[in-house]
Design a protein around this ligand. Structure first.
Ligand code: FMN
Length: 351
């Protein structure tokens, strides 16, 4: 069940990334500076590659907003790829421009190259790389920023934090960990945590397997490229029931808790505590010191294709996760409270 939905389109080195959002109530103020600041957050973090020096992501809105407010019609967001200037011929849509410039045939382990080329019957692996690349997360962050603007109207705010890079758990050591890996031509992953505060009780449901908010959050975060683990609240491995579950207390007639191991979700619903979702990102699969692989054309063993790449992108990944979680929450809020205008939504919410 979805009230709020979006589709994105665009290749990594194509002209632009596009998103069409449907289901936004009318009258929502769209702060473009805020969307751009979220895009800029995604571009930062220690360990990013050369590409981020070329791109300076900003959003253009081409439908659904007039004089700064949504109309209730579909909203289209466009994020241009500045790098397209150097790739116009290579990414051309015209058949007469066909070229094997920047074509490659050595599968990159850990990427979509092998399975994607079999599935879509491609010999030039560029045809797989271009859409499977995490570049598309730029426009997803713009979509998430719009969801955050809606949440903000209801007093709900989110943040994220990197909690581990490789084996380093202390922020003072993160840069060193990245530098050691860079020096070896290697890469590193890590862990991040997303927190949303001030949520109402009862977003999501236990009545069907596909209505639990935990399942929706897991799908939203797990489907970010390179995320391999999603946790809601504290990882329960090794705990006993007596020290894991959050006991319930009453203070002045209000329900309170002293702990939040459940991460704000019980029975597939928000329980009014802070929502806490963590993710683990694997090490970036493109490496300067290349992995062994096979050439798709010759079927001979060789080394993987290397293309400009990040050494570590956990911080960027946490910003993407924050955006994805915002989307799930905004969708659940619209499902529960409804409203075709922001005024109607607020009225329903405050009731
Ligand atoms: C923000 C972000 C940036 C990324 N940057 C790179 C990169 O520069 N090089 C790379 O090889 N993979 C990068 N990745 C990871 C790959 O996109 C991902 O591992 C690959 O598409 C395969 O998907 P999977 O790991 O989910 O199986 C990035 C992922 C994210 C979320």
């Amino acid at each position: 069940m979805e009230k709020f939905r979006f589709l994105t389109a665009g290749e990594s080195h194509g002209k632009c990334l596009t998103a069409i959002i449907e289901g936004l109530p009318s009258g929502l103020e769209i702060d473009i500076d805020f969307i751009n600041s979220e895009l800029s957050r995604r571009q930062q973090g220690y360990g990013r590659g050369e590409r981020m020096k070329i791109e300076n992501d900003t959003v253009e809105i081409t439908s659904g907003v007039r004089f700064g407010k949504t109309l209730g019609s579909p909203v289209t967001l466009v994020v241009k790829n500045r790098d397209f200037e150097s790739w116009q011929k290579i990414m051309s849509v015209a058949p007469e421009d066909i070229t094997d410039d920047r074509a490659f045939s050595t599968y990159r382990p850990g990427h979509a190259d092998y399975a994607g080329s079999v599935k879509y019957n491609q010999t030039d692996l560029r045809n797989v790389l271009e859409r499977s690349s995490a570049r598309k997360t730029a426009v997803e962050v713009a979509v998430g920023a719009v969801a955050k603007l809606l949440l903000k109207e209801l007093g709900i705010a989110g943040s994220s934090q990197v909690t581990q890079i490789g084996s380093a758990c202390c922020p003072a050591e993160f840069k060193d960990e990245v530098e050691v890996m860079r020096g070896k031509g290697d890469t590193v992953g890590g862990k991040f945590v997303v927190t949303y505060k001030n949520l109402p009780v009862g977003l999501g449901s236990y009545v069907h397997w596909d209505r639990g908010i935990d399942g929706k959050l897991a799908q939203a975060v797990m489907s970010i490229p390179a995320v391999k683990v999603v946790e809601i609240g504290t990882n329960p491995l090794g705990y006993q029931g007596s020290n894991y579950h959050d006991e319930i207390f009453a203070k002045d007639g209000e329900i309170t808790r002293k702990t939040n191991n459940a991460g704000g979700v019980e029975g597939g619903m928000t329980n009014g505590q802070d929502l806490v979702v963590s993710g683990v990102m694997k090490p970036i699969p493109t490496m300067k010191a290349p992995l062994k692989t096979v050439d798709a054309n010759t079927k001979e063993e060789t080394e993987a294709h290397f293309e400009r790449s990040d050494v570590c992108a956990v911080e960027a990944c946490s910003v993407v996760a924050e955006a994805r979680v915002a989307w799930v929450l905004a969708d659940e809020i619209l499902l529960k409270y409804g409203g075709d205008s922001i005024e109607e939504l607020k009225k329903n919410f405050n009731n």
